[in-house]
Ligand binder design. Structure first.
Ligand code: SF4
Length: 133
């Protein structure tokens, strides 16, 4: 049986800061089948293992399965980096901050989603219409 590439890692998981939000609203579809499978596996790994996560503003474990990832750079890099920096600012942390997954999720839920600030971060994302529902 194939071992999942998203089994619990020994080091902190690298995660784009704005993917704290995408993982909250993921409904099983995305940019491609590979993307959706990888996203599901990553979310499962994070929720089951509650590992340490390092927030980044660059390619991460979710970008790994995405057709928009061009040699490690998102083809919408300017936009997604803007999302990442906005999330970092609202969470009051810097790129490279490491914390346990469940703590980061709690912080994102409280400071961004419950605070009604989702649209100011990623209101121009093509998936925004399905988020928060
Ligand atoms: S490559 Fe870009 S579009 Fe794809 S998951 Fe990463 S940030 Fe999102």
């Amino acid at each position: 049986m194939r071992e999942s590439k998203n089994s619990l890692p020994e080091r902190a998981v690298q995660l784009r800061a704005h993917h704290l939000l995408c993982t909250e609203f993921f409904k099983g579809y995305g940019y491609s089948d590979d993307f959706s499978v990888n996203m599901s596996e990553v979310i499962s790994m994070l929720n089951s293992g509650d590992p340490e996560v390092t927030l980044t503003a660059g390619a991460d474990v979710i970008c790994r399965g995405c057709p928009h990832n061009k040699d490690g750079i998102c083809d919408s890099q300017e936009k997604v980096r803007r999302y990442d920096l906005a999330v970092l600012e609202l969470l009051g942390v810097y790129e490279g901050n490491t914390a346990v997954w469940s703590e980061l999720k709690k912080s994102a839920r409280e400071r961004i989603i419950a605070a009604g600030k989702l649209s100011q971060i990623c209101g121009d994302c093509q998936w925004f219409h399905i988020c928060g529902k």
